[in-house]
Design a protein around this ligand. Structure first.
Ligand SMILES: C[S@@+](CC[C@H](N)C(=O)[O-])C[C@H]1O[C@@H](n2cnc3c(N)ncnc32)[C@H](O)[C@@H]1O
Length: 582
């Protein structure tokens, strides 16, 4: 049976391990989810090789990691949240005529109060990708702080069609109604799903009654009337309810999750139970994090709206991903490179739409372009530009195209070594030998306005804002490995801004940002949604108000100088020359 599992093919076309995961501000490699057709096989295999149930195994591994051990409520436990029958009386569809039976699944103690619970839930409503790696985001279609119980949200009928009234719950009053559209990462596999999210607060049962326990309830109702219509990324249930109960005198409370099943038998479906466990765990983790003072350090979508970049990414992915992966010529991982470069291309396409609109595009150059994929994708999308690298790659045979330049037709991918102007040429002829061809040197001067791309360009990263200032070109630099201006490995000083992390990466980003600022750039920063932890992008497209003509030589000296650069660049050129001879 284990052998049979090993032969199960990985489903193609939809699931790529390296697509982005944004949950909890970290990037992880996504588990391939169980495909329905294989599910019985997997379950049987697990049952044979493991003496414990799949759910128990899952819980054991998670609880070990997270210290999250909820109480699992028995199948016949009484309901924790009770929907009033009165709204259902006006219902017309068959299942709504029955009394809604919300089944509790898990409960866990918590030390965070109602306000934090509310913040966490609103954040989760706005960012469903935290819970599901299948989702890109939620588009909010409707948000009302004066919702009506027993009535469907009416004002936004033109954006969604869902006539089910907002339910009423015993002991609660409805405070807010949000209708969101869940946007899946892969629209070829699944459609978006609209969902009503209702936020309730407990109300005293009679006048003068002071409740000792404060309660807050959040209910999700997918706009789906039959189980078979539910998209893969959503649990197959009619509703999900999260309850927070809080004893203010004791500063203690608990959270629980209940489902409104399509059918009572669904209570025993392991996958649904596992999802409930995970959903409650995320609420607990986020609430606990807030209580401990966790502050979000990573802020996405600072420059461009999430939806625009993601929609463009989806379009590019559908157009190019499969073909690029299947024809991959390098020995590196195709998925990682293809998805990463498609994400960066999507960001640039949208950034350039803002910068240049319908006006002429000034052209781009990708310095240290590696395999040339980013150049190729951008060229295919109609953007004129080229790239160069000290070392040519096999893929260039496919990705190289021709570009009309004032000097005639040129390749879009060229084997060149950058020797930036502030580096002294003294000794060039003395140092160069038979392996070094001076024609392969590029001086880093580009036509004014050319957009400079420096993506994980290693030694060239700190040079990017400098050569951009010299040539008066806007730029994007996405730092990766840390090098100084002499091309040596370098640990940059920790950021002066103490709200920033002091990791080697964060230090490099802050250091390069410092160079850019000193060169007169009004630097903007974006954390790209790419499948890499090296995802900070520094963008220089505006000169700062007080930027005059920067003293480049002084800046280069201030940041450590260039001693040794000439030698290393000659070595790089010589080594690539001898590589290409072999
Ligand atoms: C980590 S790779 C990244 C390649 C590509 N941008 C990517 O993201 O896949 C860094 C590249 O910078 C190139 N490079 C470093 N210094 C260079 C220089 N002085 N001139 C040209 N290319 C250089 C290296 O050859 C290498 O291919």
């Amino acid at each position: 049976m284990v052998f049979a599992l090993a032969l199960i093919p990985r489903p193609r076309n939809t699931v790529y391990a390296f697509e982005i995961l944004e949950g909890l501000d970290e990037y992880r490699i996504r588990d391939t989810p169980p495909q329905p057709v294989f599910a019985p096989c997997i379950a049987l295999a697990v049952a044979i090789v493991a003496p414990i149930s799949p759910l128990a195994a899952h819980r054991r591994s998670r609880t070990r990691r997270m210290g999250f051990e909820p109480e699992e409520l028995a199948v016949d436990s009484p309901a924790i949240v009770v929907e009033k029958a009165s709204c259902n009386e006006s219902a017309t569809s068959a299942h709504e005529e029955e009394t809604a039976n919300w089944r509790p699944l898990f409960r866990h103690p918590c030390e965070f109060g109602p306000a934090m619970f509310g913040d966490v839930l609103v954040n989760l409503i706005q960012n469903p990708n935290i819970n599901s790696s299948w989702l890109f985001r939620a588009d909010i279609l409707y948000d009302s702080a004066e919702p009506q119980e027993c009535a469907a949200p009416s004002e936004a009928r033109d954006t969604f069609t869902f006539n089910t009234p907002n339910p009423s719950f015993v002991g609660f009053g409805l405070q807010r109604c949000i209708v969101r559209r869940l946007i899946p990462r892969n629209t070829l596999r699944d459609n978006p799903l609209d969902q009503t999210c209702l936020i309730y607060e407990s109300v005293p049962s009679s006048e003068g009654d002071v409740a000792s326990v404060e309660k807050a309830l959040v209910v999700y109702l997918p706009h789906v009337s039959v189980a078979s219509e539910m998209p893969f990324y959503h649990p197959i249930v009619r509703g999900i309810a999260f309850l927070h109960e809080w004893d203010a005198a004791e500063s203690r409370g608990c959270i629980s999750i209940s489902y409104l099943f399509f059918s009572q038998e669904d209570r025993s479906v392991v996958r649904l139970t596992r999802t409930a466990l995970r959903l409650l765990e995320v609420i607990h983790k986020h609430g606990k994090g807030r209580l401990e003072g966790y502050q979000k350090r990573v802020h996405h979508d600072q420059l461009l709206p999430q939806a625009r970049v993601q929609d463009t990414y989806t379009r590019l992915k559908q157009k190019y991903a499969r073909g690029l992966i299947e024809s991959w010529a390098e020995s590196t991982d195709p998925e990682k490179h293809v998805f990463e470069d498609l994400c960066i291309a999507a960001f640039l396409v949208e950034l350039w739409a803002d910068m240049y609109g319908r006006g002429p595009f000034p052209g781009f150059v990708d310095i240290g372009c590696g395999n040339g994929l980013l150049v190729y994708i951008l060229n295919q999308e109609g953007f004129v530009g080229w790239g160069f690298d000290a070392r040519s790659r096999k893929s260039w045979a496919t990705y190289n195209t021709k570009l009309d330049t004032p000097a005639g037709e040129e390749d879009t991918l060229r084997e060149l070594v950058l020797l930036p102007p502030p580096v002294s040429r003294n000794g060039l002829s003395r140092l160069s030998g038979e392996d070094f061809n001076e024609n392969r040197i590029h001086d880093g001067r580009f036509p004014k306005g050319t957009f400079i791309i420096s993506n994980h360009a290693d030694e060239l990263t700190p040079w990017t804002p400098i050569i951009a200032a010299i040539s008066e070109c806007p730029f994007i630099a996405i730092p990766c490995c840390s090098h100084n201006l002499a091309g040596e490995r370098y640990r940059a000083p920790a950021p002066k801004d103490k709200t920033k992390a002091d990791s080697a990466y964060s230090s490099l980003v802050a250091w390069v940002e410092g160079i850019a600022t000193d060169c007169g750039w009004d630097v903007e920063q974006e954390m790209l949604r790419i499948p890499s932890t090296r995802n900070a992008a520094l963008i220089g497209r505006k000169r700062s108000a007080n930027a005059s003509d920067p003293d480049i030589q002084a800046i280069v000296e201030q940041y450590g100088g260039t001693a040794g650069y000439l030698e290393s660049v000659i070595k790089l050129a010589a080594s690539t020359a001898s590589e290409s001879r072999h």
